[in-house]
Design a binder for this molecule. Structure first.
Ligand code: FES
Length: 154
């Protein structure tokens, strides 16, 4: 069941649209923000208020790569693997992150602090290589910069 806080935030989003279903991504993001990820229960809770089926929402959630259908760490590190970042050293950045965090892509650190995922172009190609940690964009990445960036996320 949605908490009263989740319901209030979702209703505020719905108010922006003529059709409530248009707010379905925002509604799922709200539930994810409160619960860390979107479980089947989370999908069912959103489906009820959006007047959609869980299957409809699931198909949106699995298409949209900022919605997590499996548990993730407290901070999700999304490394851009599109063309400009490839050219500017994505492979070294990815390897450095995997070595530093001692996980592979798609995995979560033992302490639950970080999950490492690929993401397509972040629209920041002129400052490649780039990644996001949570909602924060980081650019012109080097291994030294990554050390300092990760320290900010407890
Ligand atoms: S290719 Fe990485 S930000 Fe565009």
């Amino acid at each position: 069941m949605l908490t009263s806080e989740e319901r209030t935030e979702i209703e505020a989003e719905i108010a922006h649209y003529e059709q409530k279903q248009a707010a379905c991504i925002e509604a799922m993001k709200i539930v994810q923000k409160h619960r860390g990820w979107l479980s089947d229960d989370g999908i069912r809770d959103v489906a009820e208020i959006m007047e959609m089926t869980p299957a409809e929402l699931d198909s949106v959630a699995t298409f949209y790569n900022l919605l997590f259908r499996q548990p993730v760490g407290r901070h999700v590190v999304m490394v851009c693997d599109s063309v400009s970042c490839w050219i500017m050293g994505y492979e070294n950045i990815r390897q450095y992150l995997m070595d530093k965090l001692e996980i592979g892509m798609g995995e979560t650190t033992q302490d639950g602090r970080f999950t490492l995922l690929p993401i397509c172009c972040l629209g920041n190609c002129d400052r490649a290589p780039a990644m996001m940690v949570g909602e924060d964009l980081h650019q012109d990445l080097t291994p030294e910069k990554i050390d300092a960036i990760l320290e900010k996320y407890a």
